[in-house]
Design a protein around this ligand. Structure first.
Ligand code: PLP
Length: 286
């Protein structure tokens, strides 16, 4: 496996980062998760736009243009002969000293890791995932907005640990005001009486799969409303699905021990999974 490291493609055994890189010392950096299906990169522009926006929000200047980054992503796939892949571009603050001042880090680090990737949840697309609401809160919009896809994912990791301890497949976050936020690595949609609801992105990542799902629902003439939701809405939903680059569209059939609907993936969720499969297999940057 060849990894893009600051302009060079190096074997994975040689791909390393300095212990003085502030990405390592402080989680000071940003990243993306992108998929390639059938030799085409899905929503490449949207992911790179978000990467550069995340970087801008933490005042990190990515030392290459979006066009160069795009070419580096595609070249990483070509060099590794990958057609179905998960791609992880990262930009770190770069090497500095032990202090946290980013002015000591003259050169950001740019890395792209790509590897083969298939369906993340296997049979669970048919049978459904179980969700666990977690006590750790997702930030609402402040300087550390969840809109920033930063290298500091401790919040999400704590949520995952809590879900693991309770035997659930995915953690479900609320924010400090009690509004439904998202999963540890995906956005959330609930269906009630034939209508789909998803929270506004003030307290969650502006998911690219989320945006795609909203477009697909509109194309299928299924009503969709973006509004604040609470725990009650979650527990009493007829159906729930989550969306993310890694997870794609996946059904959630149980939350905190409560069956969602009849405890099986519902009709809207099934339509979404199918529509998402069609769009990912048939669009993207070659
Ligand atoms: N929420 C979080 C916290 C994530 O890490 C991700 C994954 O990228 C998502 C949501 C889903 O976003 P996307 O659909 O852009 O992958």
């Amino acid at each position: 496996l060849l990894i893009y490291c600051n302009g060079e493609y190096v074997h994975k055994s040689k791909a390393s980062v300095s212990v003085f890189d502030h990405g390592f010392l402080y989680g000071d950096g940003v990243f993306e998760g992108i998929r390639a299906y059938n030799g085409r990169v899905f929503k490449l522009k949207e992911h790179l736009d978000r990467l550069y926006d995340s970087a801008k929000a933490i005042a990190l200047d990515i030392p290459m243009s979006k066009e160069e980054m795009s070419e580096a992503v595609l070249e990483t796939l070509r060099k590794n002969d990958l057609r179905d892949a998960y791609i992880r571009p990262l930009v770190t603050r770069g090497v500095g000293d032990l202090g946290l001042d980013p002015r000591k880090c003259p050169k950001p680090g740019v890395f792209i890791i790509a590897q083969y990737w298939g369906a993340m949840y296997g049979d669970l697309y048919e049978t459904g995932l179980t969700g666990v609401t977690v006590s750790v809160r997702r930030n609402a919009a402040d300087a550390l907005s969840p809109n920033i896809k930063s290298l500091n994912y401790l919040n999400n990791i704590l949520a995952k640990i809590e879900a693991n301890a309770k035997g659930g497949d995915e953690a479900i976050f609320f924010d400090s005001n009690g509004y439904l936020s998202e999963g540890s690595g995906d956005n959330i949609f609930i269906i009630k009486n034939g209508k789909v609801y998803t929270p506004p992105t003030i307290n969650n990542l502006k998911g690219i799969t989320r945006a795609t799902a909203i477009e697909l629902l509109e194309e299928m003439n299924i009503p969709i409303s973006v509004e604040n939701l609470g725990m009650f809405d979650l527990y009493t939903a007829d159906e729930i699905f989550v969306t993310g680059t890694a997870a794609e569209a996946a059904p959630l059939v149980k939350v905190d021990g409560r069956a969602i609907g009849n405890g099986k993936p519902g009709p809207v969720t099934k339509k979404m999974i199918k529509a998402f499969e069609v769009i990912t297999q048939n669009t993207g940057t070659p």
